[in-house]
Design a protein around this ligand. Sequence first.
Ligand code: PMP
Length: 344
Amino acid sequence: MADQLHVYDNVLQLIGNTPLIKLNRITKDFDGDFYAKVEAFNPGHSSKDRIALHILEEAERKGVLKPGDTIIETTSGNTGFSIAMVSIIKGYECILAVSSKSSPDKIDALKAMGAKVYVCPANVSADDPRSYYSVAKRLHEETKGSVYINQYFNESNIDAHFNTTGPEIWNQTNGEITHLIACSGTGGTISGTARFLKSKNPNIKIIGVDAYGSVIQKYHATREFDASEIYPYRIEGLGKNLIPTATDFDVIDSFVKVSDETAAHSAREIAQTEGLFVGYTSGAAIQGLKQLEAEGIFDSNSKVVVIFPDHGSRYMSKVFSDKWMRAQGFFDSEHNEEVQTIEY
Ligand code: PMP
């Protein structure tokens, strides 16, 4: 008999078990130890691989999903990419309704993975018939044999991180983690990871990162929906204009809000200090960490884990484009963005 090959059966077997990488330079002046959970190491380059796999396999187990069915979802890009990837391996059709705020690179990537994409206006209310929620709901009603994942209102989103991200971080830190810092969009990542970590040690502090222009932080503080908090902002995948049931507000201790500009500069700084090419919300998470450090919440015993949700390659026409940064007014007049061109 031939020796057993050291291979994976398919790409889905590479989901999860992402590395925890020590931050050495960006936090060098801070008290404590800081580690990044780098979700770009998932095969779909984001944390959303975990929920796509978990939710589709759970639907299969429950008999909700049958071969040849269609998967429908609303997504800022990452969840769509992950669902498209899982759908290919498992043989489902994939239809995605995305926000017009999503970068063109993300939309092209979804199409490359065989998904059918609907681009919907970003700055309309959730119940507007043109919003990506309404479009997805309508497509679900119109498409026979379709399943609507609905990540913002699907508790399985939390379970995916309770089952994987939480235990991984607990084991990787030998249970010594003192603080978790994570961006909150659907809230699935922070809620599931927090539920697991707090079940092991209720003293671990869980801090969410929210965007200016989103209602999430205010809702956490007051448990009231304050529409006056809502205005357009640039960061994709972070914050919300509604309250997702995939967020368990009770396991989150506090939220910190970050601006589009500081998060963008922090994303660029991560690449240049740590050699980690990660996305806009990773910048938001580090920006949140810096603001928390300035408030004096860490000390030399702190072991802080910050989640980096996705890869920088998805933001080449945004945060990692000097032209885009300048157009947003994120560079001062001194900033040098020239490339040396050698003439023939
Ligand atoms: N960062 C990015 C880039 C995302 O796409 C998302 C998901 N919307 C998040 C962070 C937040 O993750 P979660 O939805 O689990 O709160």
